[in-house]
Design a protein around this ligand. Structure first.
Ligand code: GLC
Length: 560
């Protein structure tokens, strides 16, 4: 495999609105990110992905872009962004932006023009179709619920397609002028010095421009847009190949990381690897296992075994192909500690185990702001405390399906995207030192127990555990094995054990976590050295035997 600068590094996602507010308006900003670069550098982070910071009306929190070439004033100015690039460079931190290619905003000038006159060139940048007998052109259901069609303003029987909210009109990738515009955007930022992009909702550009009717998969007669995306995925491959050749390929050291759900086994080598369309893709296998139903109320919680099977299957699939990005949370997901760990281990011990399991997997792991202190889901007391458009739609949907208000709220308290969007917990003050102004989102009540300040002072904290883990990944004794070593599952001692090894040329590194309620032991026929454990009292080594108490997790090295 060709070696790349990002191999072996740990990346970190910032959700700018909720990271740190430097001008005290209650909303996070670029100034806040700049202030915390040293903190991130100390943690060992070398790549930062920023969720969208472009001008936006924020119907979907910036994933509805109205100008791809500027910075939203809420976050600062282009000068602030340049300063961020400059300061990050000094600390060897690369900046990765978010690229939303599937749709823009209803406030983008292209869409405004399309609404004025469908004969204008810009109208052909969108999917505009005639309705049928007073109904939308077909029966596809949008990602956030409802039809993918809405009436084009100022027109009687014309509809535009949007696979997300109605404020996010989908862009027509079949149009060569539109594609050229998108390449220009990517090159603009790469020329400016950003190191690459996280590419949003990429599977959605796979469309059938005829928009046929689909067999329904829901009682309301609609069919998920995913069906069209799946059936037309080859169209997307052509578009992306062209995008790659006109942008990323020309910027030799750039990185493209895709948000790609539902990648089939046989297609993985199209996505990643030396000739992949992308450098890597996020591993959403655990998320996909949770979200196998189209509404939150049908989502399921995974057992430790189901979680393990999901992440291990992607590791095995990608072993000989390329790199994925292991992660257990992001801005579209509830907190990993609350989602994937059994109740008994939703604490420091479990958070450290999850960190170890994730960071030593093969690929480029992504932390999400707050992962490093073990942030958990916040308790929202009423629907009014939620911000996300999806949460509001899901609540409505639950009620329409006969669930009580209490149950609908409980479901959001488990699955809502808002959990990843509450302000970062810097200390235990009223607004957690995120701002001195009331924040745009509720501050987690966990701030008293879980915050950066307290954890910096405690040498046994989750934060310091992450620092050690990342330092071990960079340690020249382990770096090659942890970067390029194959992933191999090792036998579990129970359904609640997660155990694997990374096979290097000279060493193997084993990771074992006991997330059950009974103690386990392993005897090996070789000598080994423990390099890290989540809690010294939970792990005991006697000659070649390991005793791992309930909750214990460790990594050890076997020199071959
Ligand atoms: C991606 C983003 C998500 C957004 C959606 C539509 O999944 O991560 O936050 O809502 O795309 O842009």
């Amino acid at each position: 495999m060709e070696k790349k600068w990002w191999h072996g590094k740990v990346a970190y996602q910032i959700y700018p609105k909720s990271f740190l507010d430097s001008n005290n308006d209650g909303i996070g900003d670029l100034g806040g990110i700049i202030q915390k670069l040293d903190y991130l550098h100390d943690l060992g982070i070398e790549i930062l992905w920023l969720s969208p910071i472009y001008p936006s009306p924020f119907y979907d929190q910036g994933y509805d872009i109205k100008d791809y070439y500027d910075i939203d004033p809420t976050f600062g100015t282009m000068q602030d962004f340049d300063l961020l690039l400059e300061k990050a460079k000094k600390l060897n931190i690369k900046i990765v932006m978010d690229l939303v290619l599937n749709h823009c905003s209803i406030e983008h000038i292209w869409f405004k023009k399309a609404c004025l006159d469908v004969n204008l060139k810009e109208a052909s940048y969108f999917y505009i179709r005639e309705g049928k007998n007073g109904q939308p052109p077909n029966n596809q259901r949008a990602c956030f619920g409802g039809s993918v069609w809405d009436k084009l303003p100022n027109h009687d029987n014309l509809y535009y397609a949007h696979f997300f909210t109605k404020e996010q009109p989908d862009l027509n990738w079949f149009n060569a002028d539109l594609r050229a515009e998108m390449y220009k955007i990517v090159n603009f930022w790469l020329d400016k010095g950003v190191s690459g992009f996280r590419i949003d909702a990429i599977m959605c550009i796979a469309k059938d421009p005829n928009f046929p009717m689909y067999e329904s998969d829901s009682e309301d007669g609609t069919c998920s847009h995913l069906r069209m995306n799946k059936e037309n995925i080859k169209v997307a491959y052509d578009f992306i190949r062209d995008l790659r050749d006109n942008t990323f390929k020309k910027h030799k050291d750039s990185i493209a990381i895709a948000e790609a759900f539902g990648v089939l086994d046989e297609d993985l080598s199209i996505f990643i690897g030396d000739d992949g369309l992308f450098d890597c893709i996020f591993d959403f296998s655990a998320r996909e296992a949770v979200a196998s139903y189209h509404s939150f109320y049908g989502y399921k919680m995974l057992s430790v075994k189901e979680y393990k099977d999901a992440i291990f299957s992607m590791q095995k699939r990608s072993n000989n192909t390329g790199f994925v990005c292991p992660l257990f949370e992001n801005h579209d997901e509830p907190r990993g500690v609350s989602t994937y760990l059994p109740k008994a281990w939703q604490n420091d011990i479990g958070a450290k185990a999850l960190a170890l399991i994730t960071l030593f997997l093969r690929g480029m792991p992504f932390l999400f702001q707050g992962s490093e202190i073990g942030m958990q889901n916040t308790k929202f007391e009423s629907i009014d405390e939620f911000d996300d458009i999806l949460s509001k739609n899901e609540y409505k949907n639950s009620l329409e399906h006969g669930l009580t208000k209490e149950l609908a709220l409980d479901i959001l308290n488990v699955h809502a995207r808002d959990h990843g969007r509450t302000p970062m917990l810097w200390d235990d003050s009223e607004y957690a030192a995120f701002s001195t102004h009331k924040p745009w989102m509720k501050v987690s009540s966990f701030k008293d127990k879980i915050n950066v300040k307290a954890q910096l002072e405690d040498k046994n904290s989750i934060l310091n555990f992450y620092k050690t883990l990342i330092a071990l990944k960079k340690d020249e004794r382990f770096n090659s094995c942890l970067t390029y070593g194959d992933f191999v599952e090792i036998e579990s001692r129970s359904d609640d054990t997660i155990a694997y090894k990374r096979e290097g040329s000279y060493i193997d590194i084993y990771v074992i976590a006991n997330l059950g309620l009974s103690d386990i032991s392993y005897t090996f026929d070789f000598n080994f050295d423990i390099i890290i454990s989540n809690d010294l009292s939970l792990v005991l080594k006697d000659k070649n035997t390991l005793y791992i108490k309930r909750g214990g997790a460790l990594a050890f090295v076997h020199k071959k």
